[in-house]
Ligand binder design. Structure first.
Ligand SMILES: NC(=O)c1ccc[n+]([C@@H]2O[C@H](COP(=O)([O-])OP(=O)(O)OC[C@H]3O[C@@H](n4cnc5c(N)ncnc54)[C@H](OP(=O)(O)O)[C@@H]3O)[C@@H](O)[C@H]2O)c1
Length: 412
């Protein structure tokens, strides 16, 4: 596999989001090793303008200090063409502004881009992830929905083009780190012969201790109050239903090419152990760090090097208690759904993902109750026309079918 030199030129897709903002902190802290060449937002052009302004200020300060500051991004893309363009009128002249998803898909293929951080939320992230892999790029994948939808197609595409997928999700980053410290690297013949089991941890979300009856009436505000992670709204609701873990089971299936029977989930309320790997000799290796996405982001952007960075550290002067217990599948049926979808593969991931996105949006705007979210996903999955070996076009077609079908169900 081709190794990327430093400085690395990074495209940050979704720079206005929770992952995008953390990525900009990692880049700013990298002393020029990571250089932002492209940023994208969907509608928040004011946030984008402010991000460029902050970089300009920092560059001036750095330049005065040592003259080695990285330049401003060459391109910024606003994917929603109807977004307010006025905040971008005063950008420095050497920053080119483009609009629309097509522009983004083209730019991620530019030779000037080394790594694409795919941090758009939802199925909207699939086409740009795909384009980047098509051009043989290294993709640091936060947008788990790409892999949930694309399944086997994405690793196959990467293999064909010489592209690479590196996990950003903290659980998958943890698994990658455990595997690489245990001799399970490409260089030593792959992970399969040594791996016995992947154990994905889950905080359990804000409703970890609620009974099924109590879950009937939880509010949007309660669902958005995650106990350990600060994230965008969609993934925060997914964490409350545990649908996030369902998506991560599917993601792990494709990232590490492991059978579903080798993937377990454990609830770990402290969110310090981000996942564990059990090897054939019974040894279990875990990765620990405070719940701060800056670490998995910098791990992916610097891979395979481990460099200093701005992520929070553990405080080893304090007592540390770690709990682990299996999830309650009755109260959180998303876990069983995730295992089933990972096993069925084909078009199942794209359909469940789309149904979930629509159901989550309906929950957020108060039109469906919390417990209905996973129920609706299962029902849409059961009614779709399954295909084992879909094309990208088929997946996008089913994504839009599943959205309409879910809207029909939630509006009845
Ligand atoms: N946040 C976390 O801690 C975390 C952890 C692990 C994995 N992830 C994954 O990372 C991804 C991003 O999550 P997030 O929490 O950062 O989300 P977020 O805070 O909601 O940010 C989403 C980003 O995507 C952009 N966006 C929204 N809709 C879009 C569309 N239709 N087309 C193009 N861009 C669009 C947004 O732009 P505007 O702001 O302009 O709307 C924003 O930049 C998700 O797939 C999530 O599952 C997140």
């Amino acid at each position: 596999m081709r190794e990327l030199p430093f400085p690395r030129r990074i495209a940050i897709l979704g720079s206005s989001g929770s992952i995008g903002r953390s990525a900009l902190e990692v880049v700013a802290d990298s002393e020029g090793k990571l250089v932002p060449v492209l940023l994208s937002v969907h509608r928040q052009t004011d946030v984008l303008a402010e991000q460029i302004r902050q970089m300009t200020l920092r560059n001036v300060a750095e330049h005065i200090k040592d003259g080695t500051s990285p330049p401003l991004p060459r391109w910024v893309v606003v994917t929603d063409e109807t977004a307010d363009r006025s905040p971008l009128e005063d950008l420095p002249p050497d920053v080119e502004v483009l609009y629309g998803h097509n522009a983004l898909c083209k730019l991620v293929q530019e030779p000037e881009v080394d790594i694409v951080l795919s941090a758009i939320v939802g199925s909207a992230g699939l086409t740009s992830t795909w384009s980047a892999l098509e051009a043989g790029k290294t993709v640091a994948l936060a947008n788990k929905e790409s892999l949930v939808m694309g399944g086997a197609l994405l690793p196959e595409l990467a293999k064909k083009t010489g592209g690479r997928l590196i996990p950003v999700d903290s659980e998958h980053s943890a698994v990658m780190q455990c595997l690489s410290t245990a001799g399970g690297t490409e260089e030593t013949g792959g992970i399969a012969p040594r791996l016995n089991r992947i154990i994905l941890t889950a905080s359990g979300g804000p409703f970890r201790t609620k009974t099924r009856d109590e879950l009937e009436n939880v509010t949007v505000q309660e669902a958005l109050s995650h106990p350990t992670w600060k994230m965008g709204k969609k993934i925060t609701i997914d964490s409350a239903t545990l649908m996030n873990k369902a998506l991560e089971i599917i993601e792990a299936r494709w990232f590490f090419d492991v059978p579903v029977s080798k993937i377990n989930v454990m609830i770990h309320p402290q969110s310090v152990v981000h996942s564990l790997v059990e090897f054939i000799d019974g040894s279990v290796i875990a990765q620990m760090s405070p719940p701060d996405m800056k670490l998995p982001i910098q791990t992916a952007l610097n891979y395979p090097y481990r460099l200093d960075g701005p992520a929070e550290r553990m405080d080893w002067r304090k007592t540390l208690t770690l709990d682990f217990y299996p999830p309650d599948l009755e109260r959180f049926p998303a876990i069983s759904l995730g295992l089933e979808v990972a096993e069925i593969a084909g078009t199942a991931g794209a359909v469940v993902n789309a149904a979930n996105e629509v159901a989550v949006a309906a929950f957020l705007n108060g039109t469906v109750p919390f417990l209905k979210i996973v129920e609706v996903c299962r029902s849409v999955l059961a009614h779709h026309q399954y295909e084992q070996r879909p094309t990208l076009e088929k997946l996008l077609e089913l994504d839009s079918w599943a959205r309409k079908e879910t809207e029909r169900i939630v509006n009845v």
